[in-house]
Design a binder for this molecule. Structure first.
Ligand SMILES: C[S@@+](CC[C@H](N)C(=O)[O-])C[C@H]1O[C@@H](n2cnc3c(N)ncnc32)[C@H](O)[C@@H]1O
Length: 134
């Protein structure tokens, strides 16, 4: 049986967990993320409509080169482009489990983040293997 992803269901109550906010605003700073970030190309996997991308990821890297924010659902990327446009963010439809949709960024990504997404990834082995070749 194929289960359909329903992000609208999730977004009725969307608020990033306090732990996620702490992770971006404190924990990552402690390990040096955000320092001299002018050359960073950050990939946000499973960006949804882009709120986390603009509200948590961008502030962590205020002068980064760009964020490549991907989601496998076209409607999420359309929403992200409409509601969270930012010149430093490239929102794209791509599936972390499908190499053909993401190979174009091979060798470009310097930091990779994924918020509330990996529990949605069906084949976690492939998803994680792809992370390692970036
Ligand atoms: C719960 S939402 C989280 C969205 C956003 N990161 C946030 O924190 O608000 C999970 C998102 O992951 C996306 N997703 C699930 N599997 C994916 C995959 N294999 N590749 C890319 N995106 C995926 C879904 O379409 C959905 O928009």
């Amino acid at each position: 049986m194929t289960k359909k992803l329903n992000p609208d269901f999730y977004y009725q109550w969307h608020e990033p967990f306090e732990s996620v906010v702490h992770f971006f605003k404190a924990a990552l700073l402690q390990v040096g993320w955000g320092e001299d970030n002018t050359k960073e190309v950050v990939m946000d996997v499973g960006c949804g409509p882009g709120e986390t991308t603009t509200q948590l990821i961008l502030p962590l890297f205020p002068s980064l080169k760009k964020v490549i924010a991907i989601d496998k659902l076209h409607d999420r990327i359309a929403l992200a482009c409409a509601q969270n446009f930012h010149p430093a963010i490239q929102f794209s439809v791509a599936d972390i489990e499908e190499w053909s949709t993401i190979h174009q960024w091979k060798g470009q990504i310097t930091k990779l983040v994924s918020v509330h997404c990996f529990h949605w990834v069906r084949n976690k082995k492939i998803g994680l293997e792809i992370f390692t070749v970036f």
